[in-house]
Design a protein around this ligand. Structure first.
Ligand SMILES: [Zn+2]
Length: 349
């Protein structure tokens, strides 16, 4: 057992002097320094990553978005030529890095079709982690084979594949109890192209299809956002990546203001460390209105597994995420009233 001075509970409360069983704690608990406090909190949830591009880190600056992650970008080129062994190593190193940073839940947009998903599934067996693989295929007929290795489907965007195929893929995925996710309203280009061709936005399209996780929403208009908030789907934001690729901050503040649950993810492994404290810190500093309650909501969004468990239940998945906790040291000056601001703006892991 480890006794923590403060425990942040799943439902957003703070309890004093709580014992947590060692097998529920993720990181190694350091010998307590008398001068410091121990804070226990739910382990982090990294709700959107692309793990396999990890070895490309250090290549982000000096290139535009399409040179990085576009169809002819360095990432796509690397993924095409990487051996199974290299891909496996990248996924494995990236998952280790997540665990080191106190992340116990990772949702991975896995490229490379059925074989790409299988590689991830093999790696997953080596880890004690809530690792959800979202595979992809442009062929609706492949969904039943893909379903053997994945927990869900991650659709790259609304225009990459024909609309009819996307509709079939999503229907098939839901028939196979898979959760679904899509990059939505990420770039102006995709948003415009889809709207011109289909007469509706890609966000409307994704909501109508019942896509469970709507990733990015950086260019969604206010009507679209209203519909997202009303739906049973969850928005997933990756602010650090957005600012690196699109120079556009996602609509996090709209969700904080209305107290609508959402998720955070660190996105491409080669663009960001899987450090959720950095994601929280960056978001907290960038939002316009510095409301104290937003810090608590941000931390809750980065640690709460219930939106994902609800989504798995909605799709009758056999998967249920396990709850783990992390314990971190805090300065003795921290108290119940300042703990969220300390975590968001100062804490390290
Ligand atoms: Zn992504």
């Amino acid at each position: 057992m480890v006794t923590v001075d403060y425990l942040l509970t799943k439902d957003g409360n703070i309890k004093k002097n709580v014992k947590i069983a060692y097998n529920e704690v993720l990181t190694n608990v350091v010998e307590k320094d008398k001068e410091k406090l121990l804070i226990g909190m739910p382990a982090f949830v990294n709700a959107h990553v692309h793990s396999a591009d990890y070895s490309l880190l250090g290549n982000a600056y000096g290139k535009n978005t399409s040179e990085l992650v576009g169809r002819n970008g360095i990432k796509t080129k690397w993924l095409k030529k990487a051996s199974e062994k290299q891909t496996k190593k990248n996924i494995s190193s990236f998952l280790k890095e997540n665990l080191k940073k106190g992340v116990y839940t990772v949702i991975d947009f896995r490229e490379g079709g059925i074989s790409g998903a299988k590689i991830a599934k093999n790696v997953a067996q080596e880890f004690d982690l809530n690792y959800l693989i979202l595979g992809r295929t442009p062929d609706p007929k492949e969904i039943s084979a893909l379903a053997e290795s994945v927990d869900g489907i991650g659709i790259p965007d609304a225009i990459r594949w024909p609309r009819k195929d996307i509709e079939e893929i999503v229907e098939e995925a839901h028939n196979h109890n898979l959760i679904t996710a899509m990059h939505v309203a990420e770039t102006r280009k995709v948003q415009k192209e889809f709207l011109q061709r289909e007469g509706e936005t890609d966000t409307e399209f994704a909501i109508d299809l019942g896509i469970d996780l709507l990733v990015h929403l950086t260019n969604a208009n206010k009507w679209d956002l209203r519909e997202v908030k009303r739906s049973t789907s969850y928005a997933v934001f990756s602010p650090r990546t957005n600012m690196l690729l699109e120079a556009q901050f996602p609509p996090v503040e709209e969700f904080l203001r209305d107290n609508i649950p959402f998720l955070l993810g660190t996105d491409n492994a080669f663009l960001n460390s899987p450090n959720m404290l950095r994601e929280i810190d960056f978001t907290a500093r960038t939002i316009k209105h510095k409301q104290p309650r937003y810090l608590k909501q941000l931390i809750n969004s980065a640690t709460n597994i219930s939106p994902i468990n609800k989504t798995l239940m909605k799709r009758n998945s056999k998967r249920k995420l396990k709850q783990k906790f992390i314990v971190i040291e805090a300065p003795e000056y921290i108290n119940k009233d300042t703990i969220y601001e300390w975590l968001a703006l100062h804490a390290e892991i």
